[in-house]
Design a protein around this ligand. Structure first.
Ligand code: PLP
Length: 369
């Protein structure tokens, strides 16, 4: 049996007919960029998230960048975020000309340690970007209280947390705006690059709409300088097919996680746990921890079980960020997690038989130790 970390084929087979029909509609219309499919998705995803507006863009990275740009974050500004994320979170800050300032994370869940924020605030601090990593939800009331105290903007990186909620409100609806990615492997994934911003601030949404399309609301009239961050209509069409299934897929992930948690509990592994009872997690990834991470990954890989490390090198230690002057030891918890974390196979279509195979192989590994 071969079990990949993520298998998108089964889901595609189930949706093939619907996706082909949707693609057919777009191809026939020859409206290949944005258009009615994009408008429909914007409306439906805003409703799903419980916010006033959604603007689709070309990727999650673009979404983060466009929010910051629309909020006038730029050279001379500092933006606080975590080193325990995909590099895009920090890259978007850097692309505006602002400087990313990192704070370490909580060991129990890898999410921003809000109590560490005050120590990093300067006169230049303009915004905070909490990251809802692995489909978890950051304790947003703490973030919002901190932001209020220091007069900071809150921009949520919800790229891994479609449908997660905190105190019965969807993540992404707490800050001034949030970025989502629909990269194919995300909980809601397109068949290529895609992203969106959501917000309750209609002026901000208008601004992002301008920025994503050359600063233009009317063809060849350019009010401000923007760029091309538009979404393909084909991607919007896939998202319209898939959005209807998101809740169902997320519950399937939760069921699989409950199974993993139960059947792995007696092993010397640190399992993900919901440290905040007010959150509903959607498990983009199932991440366990062990000091034996590398040998375990090798063992599973030999058994043709796909695993991943999200992420092996913290952002502050990436060569690309050498110029910020951070060094090993600056964020000890993030660095410790990077050495111990392992993402196990998880996707809604993972069968019990496949999951049991993974679990038994992990047991076999520890029995030999
Ligand atoms: C995927 C992801 C992004 C970037 O999204 P893209 O669509 O790949 O540009 C940003 N932040 C986080 C946390 C992500 O997981």
């Amino acid at each position: 049996m071969t079990i990949p970390l993520l298998d998108l084929k089964i889901q595609y087979q189930k949706l093939q007919l619907q996706v082909s029909r949707a693609f057919g509609r777009v191809l026939k219309s020859t409206q290949f960029i944005l258009g009615p499919e994009a408008v429909k998705f914007e409306k439906d995803f805003a409703t799903f998230c419980g916010v006033k507006d959604c603007v689709v863009v070309s990727s999650g990275t673009a979404a983060l960048y466009l929010i910051l740009q629309a909020l006038d974050v730029g050279p001379g500004d500092e933006v606080i975020t975590v080193p325990n994320s995909f590099i895009a979170t920090a890259e978007a800050i850097s692309l505006t000309g602002a400087k990313p300032i990192f704070v370490d994370v909580l060991e129990q869940n890898g999410l921003i340690d809000v109590d560490k924020i005050p120590g990093m605030i300067t006169k230049k601090t303009k915004a905070i970007i909490p990251v809802h990593l692995y489909g978890q939800a950051v304790a947003m009331d703490k973030v919002l209280a901190m932001a209020k105290k220091y007069n900071l903007l809150v921009v949520e990186d919800a790229c891994q947390a479609h449908g997660a909620s905190y105190k019965n409100k969807r993540v992404g609806s707490f800050g001034r705006a949030a970025a989502f990615s629909f990269y194919p492997g995300k909980n809601l994934g397109a068949y290529g690059d895609a992203g969106a911003i959501i917000t309750n601030d209609l002026r901000l949404a208008t601004n992002v709409r301008l920025l994503r399309d050359h600063g233009s609301a009317q063809k060849y009239h350019h009010e401000i300088l923007g760029f091309n961050f538009r979404l393909d209509a084909l991607q919007a069409a896939v998202l319209n097919v898939k959005l209807k299934y998101l809740n169902q897929w997320n519950s399937q992930r939760q069921k699989l996680v409950a199974n993993y948690n139960q059947l792995l509990q007696d092993l010397p592994l640190i399992l993900p746990n919901n440290i905040d009872n007010f959150t509903n997690l959607v498990y983009h990834l199932y991440v366990v921890r062990t000091k034996l991470r590398d040998p375990l990954q090798r063992f599973l890989s030999d058994q043709r079980i796909g695993c991943g490390i999200h992420y092996p090198i913290p952002i502050h230690l990436q060569p690309a960020y050498k110029f910020l002057g951070y060094k090993v030891g600056d964020f000890p918890i993030t660095e410790k997690l990077a050495k111990e974390i392992l993402s196990l196979p998880l996707y809604p279509e993972l069968t019990d038989r496949q999951q049991n195979f993974v679990i038994n192989k992990i047991k076999e590994f520890f029995n030999k130790k």
